[in-house]
Design a protein around this ligand. Structure first.
Ligand SMILES: [Zn+2]
Length: 272
């Protein structure tokens, strides 16, 4: 009997070890990033999904917008946007956020939690269809410039960074470091890429695997110096290129930083 229990115990132990190592490898296997438009991305790894700046509508002339079918899938929480756990919005500008698709997505997808500034939440609250959303799903985290805070949201580790919006001091603005698939992905929104903004965070010593940056941060000489000195990411990804400037923008990024990847085609997916 003892031998049999020992055998069963052994099998159970092997099973536990196997499932632990499978879970571990799923967590460490890298992150996939699907581009939408402007600075909108879906991050996925190990069954967890984080949407950043991905719920907006057509903004001013020249700004990119996903195809109608993609907008519909985002708003109705249909694949590949059917299991988003966390929705992050850097700030309230219309090329990053609109209350209608945010309210629609949150209503269609009860598992999603929004973490953003109070200004974004206020804007959402003024929009009638959002009134039914419970306050636990709308997490207000306005961050003073230079401050940071790490928390676990729906099982995903997210670090919130107080990064000011370039040229718009009255706009509450957040950056994020999302930890997924063993990777740390930085999204800086429309922040000012300056030493003053980034020096307090010492991201150069906190291992950024992928930095998602507006393309003007990569093409500008001073901004590039800030990236290399104060962020030091393993991979630079440039986005937020205007609807009609894709070819030119991609060329400029390649000339300025040959190792950078440019995201311009909606729904293209990369793995890191
Ligand atoms: Zn903006």
């Amino acid at each position: 009997m003892a031998a049999r229990i020992g055998l069963i115990g052994g099998i159970v132990a092997i099973g536990v070890a196997l499932s632990v190592s499978l879970t571990h490898s799923a967590q460490q296997n890298g992150v996939s990033i699907t581009f939408l438009a402007n600075e909108g991305v879906l991050l996925s790894a190990g069954g967890k999904h984080v949407l950043i700046d991905g719920l907006f509508l057509k903004y001013k002339r020249g700004y990119a917008v996903p195809a109608d079918s993609t907008l519909a899938a985002l708003q109705r929480a249909r694949p590949p946007f059917d299991s988003v756990d966390v929705v992050l919005v850097t700030h309230r500008h219309g090329d990053h956020f609109h209350p209608a698709p945010v309210a629609a997505h949150l209503r269609a997808n009860p598992r999603a939690t929004l973490v953003t500034s109070q200004q974004v939440i206020d804007s959402l609250r003024r929009y009638a269809p959002a009134r039914a959303l419970t306050s636990e799903r709308l997490v207000s985290r306005t961050m003073r410039p230079g401050t940071r805070r790490r928390e676990i949201v729906s099982g995903v580790a997210v670090e919130l960074l107080g990064l000011p919006h370039g040229g718009h001091p009255q706009v509450e603005h957040l950056g994020y470091i999302v930890e997924l698939g063993g990777r740390r992905v930085l999204h800086v929104g429309d922040t000012e890429i300056s030493e003053e903004t980034f020096a307090p965070f010492r991201l150069d010593t906190s291992r950024i695997d992928v930095a998602l940056l507006p393309y003007w941060a990569v093409t500008g000489r001073n901004e590039r110096r800030v990236i290399e000195r104060w962020i030091r990411p393993r991979q630079v990804v440039a986005f937020h290129i205007g609807a009609r400037d894709a070819v030119k923008g991609e060329r400029e990024v390649r000339a300025a930083m040959p190792a950078a990847v440019t995201l311009v085609r909606s729904l293209e997916t990369r793995q890191w």
